[in-house]
Write a protein that binds this ligand. Structure first.
Ligand code: ZN
Ligand code: ZN
Length: 336
């Protein structure tokens, strides 16, 4: 009997996922062999998620983006065009994941974190439906916000307002820098997200802004971008790092796509993709699922383990839970 079947044996109990492990990039001293495997193995840092994402970015840039020279001034036609294709992208990816796991239930409850369903007929959510409310904040607020960041990026590159680093026209240095910024984009996302997210958990910000996202205790793909306008503005501000560093607009687009697409796997509600009873791929969503379940842990992502550094990492084990409880008690005592 496989490990999967043992864990899935009871129909009464919830699925018990494997404890979260952080990759070798978060260990010191570094282990070169493990690092190499993490970088180039399957599943690893590059393949499949980030390279698939890069494929989406390159195809979007090549086939679905107007020529940069035509975006020197803000005009309705090209902004509407990128807005429409962003809506389509999000509908295909988020809608596709929702249909697969929650409408057609293609893998049933296998590796699903909780048996609790997404909320329906609940006054906590607009239209009384968690999914419709999640979709509303994603499509009516999230997509306009990241389309805005994208439009500003193209406009600024087209006018020569960005591209501060001077390589003297050397193509090797130019494309080397381009590749390096693609490589570090998920790390930039992980670092900025950690600090933005901790800020969102301060008392005032939580009450006014971030509590909206945390209405999703049970999560589904559409919960990923279910955010308040202010949170969307902060969350997608990772692109500003590329405004300062990049020489090519594709770097900015990739940074935006990382932010726009990552939340699907983080909020899927399933640990693994299972086909014909066989576990095919770990979505790495348990890390963020624990944040929704327990609140005061796992603020960042597993790519750069800042939670480990700052003592907020929870791997899902009883030991982590005891440590978190002690930490909360100490914090309350200090505040009293
Ligand atoms: Zn949070
Ligand atoms: Zn979340």
């Amino acid at each position: 009997m496989s490990d999967a079947n043992i864990r899935d044996e009871s129909t009464k109990k919830e699925w018990s996922p494997n404890p979260v492990t952080l990759g070798p990039q978060n260990s010191w001293p570094p282990n070169p062999l493990k690092l190499f495997r993490w970088l180039f193995g399957f599943p690893g840092y590059l393949w499949p998620e980030n390279l698939l994402l890069l494929g989406i970015t390159l195809a979007t840039w090549a086939f679905l983006t107007p020529d940069l020279s035509s975006m020197q001034s803000f005009e309705v036609w090209w902004i509407a065009l990128i807005f429409a294709r962003n809506i389509a992208l999000i509908l295909i990816l988020y809608g596709g994941a929702h249909l697969y796991f929650y409408v057609y239930k293609r893998q049933g409850e296998s590796s699903k974190f909780t048996k609790q369903p997404l909320a329906t007929n609940s006054s906590r959510f607009r239209f009384k439906s968690q999914v419709l409310d999640n979709m509303f904040h994603t499509l009516a607020i999230g997509v306009p916000v990241f389309t805005g960041y994208e439009a500003i990026s193209y406009w600024a590159f087209a006018n020569g307002f960005l591209g501060f680093i001077d390589f003297g026209g050397d193509p090797v240095l130019f494309w080397g820098w381009f590749g390096l910024l693609i490589f570090v984009a998920p790390m930039i996302h992980s670092i900025i997200f950690y600090f933005v997210h901790r800020f969102l958990h301060t008392k005032t910000m939580y009450k006014a802004v971030h509590s909206l996202h945390h209405r999703n205790v049970v999560v589904g793909p559409w919960s990923g971008l279910d955010m308040h306008l202010v949170e969307h503005l902060l969350y997608f501000s990772t692109v500003v790092a590329q405004w300062l560093l990049a020489l090519h607009p594709v770097n900015a687009l990739f940074q935006i796509h990382v932010a726009a697409i990552y939340p699907i796997t983080g909020h899927l509600g399933y640990e693994k993709l299972t086909i014909d009873g066989k576990e095919k791929y770990d979505f790495d969503g348990y890390f963020h699922y624990l944040h929704h379940k327990l609140f005061e842990c796992n603020y960042g992502t597993a790519t750069i383990g800042l939670d480990k550094l700052f003592g907020t990492f929870h791997d899902g084990s009883k030991e982590s839970q005891a440590a978190l409880r002690d930490q909360i008690r100490a914090k309350r005592k200090a505040a009293a």
